[in-house]
Design a protein around this ligand. Sequence first.
Ligand SMILES: NC(=O)c1ccc[n+]([C@@H]2O[C@H](COP(=O)([O-])OP(=O)(O)OC[C@H]3O[C@@H](n4cnc5c(N)ncnc54)[C@H](OP(=O)(O)O)[C@@H]3O)[C@@H](O)[C@H]2O)c1
Length: 234
Amino acid sequence: MKNIFITGASRGIGLEITKQSLFQGNHVIATCRSPAQAKELILLREQNKERLEIMELNVENEDSVRLCFNKLEEKKQSIDILFNNAGIIDWSDLFEVSISSVEKIYKVNLIGCLMVLRKAIPCLQQSISPLVINLSSRLGSIQLRGETQLGGAIAYQCSKAALNMLTKQSAIDLKPLNIRVISQSPGWVKTEMGGADAKYQVSEAVSLMLNSLNQLHGDQSGIFIGEDGKEIPW
Ligand SMILES: NC(=O)c1ccc[n+]([C@@H]2O[C@H](COP(=O)([O-])OP(=O)(O)OC[C@H]3O[C@@H](n4cnc5c(N)ncnc54)[C@H](OP(=O)(O)O)[C@@H]3O)[C@@H](O)[C@H]2O)c1
């Protein structure tokens, strides 16, 4: 049984990671901004009382991150896999995007992940083989720009490219602590963010993601992979 920690677990990919992790017999700490309103999580807890904890966490708010991890550290909670999943998008391009939107997207998609990762280190150190998964996107790949027809969500793309650098650098910095850090794109998924035309049902994408993570070697860190586990160019 693994201890899985997830941000943004109220809906979409985060909720599905929670469901499938529980189904696989793991213990899940599902975090979200408004636990009282997270109806699906509350229902899941009724069915998995011993193995699902719901905690409040707004990744934009440093106090919220501190409070959440202080509680976990106090009880020496071990985290085997941390999913930095919470994320937001604005499809505006370079000409249209407002600076306040750029700031907000960086706050959630990059700074939030950095704060969570840093505060999670003591819990990750309680695990024998700790792994951090930063939910990235092919839209954040600098090398793929111009090669696919998608693009134009300038703030989102920049935030995910920056998140990839966080992955690469923190994989190096955390190697002495045996903590591995990986960027993973879930593919194009039918969620509120991905929209109805997306390629994957959310259950399909998460199943692919979790399978590919099971197949990683213990020394793989600082890489950018897709839902199928294949490497994506930075
Ligand atoms: N869907 C895709 O096609 C796709 C493709 C590539 C990458 N991704 C990445 O996958 C991740 C999940 O995406 P998704 O498709 O599941 O998106 P989604 O359906 O829009 O869900 C986003 C989740 O993030 C949470 N969130 C937003 N701001 C937050 C904050 N400040 N603090 C805590 N939680 C916050 C939301 O919580 P609330 O319910 O409180 O709003 C929600 O649970 C994101 O990082 C996204 O960039 C998605």
